[in-house]
Design a binder for this molecule. Sequence first.
Ligand code: CA
Length: 264
Amino acid sequence: MKFLIALTLAASCLIAPALSIADGEDTAQFAFPWMAAIRQVFDRPLFQTCSGAIIGQRFVLSTAYCCEAQRNDNYKIIVGDWDSSVNEVEERHIGIVKHHLHPDYIPSQKHDDICVFELAEDLVWSAGVQPAALPARDAETPAESNVTLIGWGFTNGQVFRPDILQMVDLEAISDANCASSAFSATDDNMLCTYQEGVSRGGSCSGDEGAPLTLTGTNTLVGLMSWRDDAGACPSTFPDVYVEVSKYEEFIAGILAFANVTGAA
Ligand SMILES: [Ca+2]
């Protein structure tokens, strides 16, 4: 079965144009100012493995996987970035004070795969640095909602990582549809996307933690959590995101505690 899937994926990668995330396109500069990359100080974009979304002057929301993977002191939060091959005027590299991992995170199941990075200094809002908005608490993103994923992950066929931040418009699918078609078990605190057709869009390696917003808005509905384990892009299975609306209590608790202790 996996051999057949691999053949299908190989065929689709040959047919699909090698553009971006997977079948995406360049973003316009400042179009997604909540994007935060998490990179080692000496990294070129080739080595970037995670990202997140700015949700406050001292906070970036990401996945627990990304916090676990990037706890090394060499990592910085990069904001105001668009072309990762140059240092833009708006670009800032900020140290990480700590990360707040969800206490119920189960890595093997990607259960409660959410985390907050706390920054070493306040972000200064500019055209290129702005927070995303959190969705209504516990709100479900209806099936067929238009959503947009951004990221510096590999493009189709995993040939290279792009310099310019990429975007792809996707559609949300229902929890039930996702549960029946995802590669592994899902739960209702996950949000899934899937594109039909030969030239499917979606996440690729390096898009972990990448923000998913309602198209045309800054409402953050998801963070890229996991894909099937075959590694090819685009996947024949749904992309799975942690559903931000289900974690507002967790997020509010961290921001409130940081405010009390004077960190925000
Ligand atoms: Ca840059």
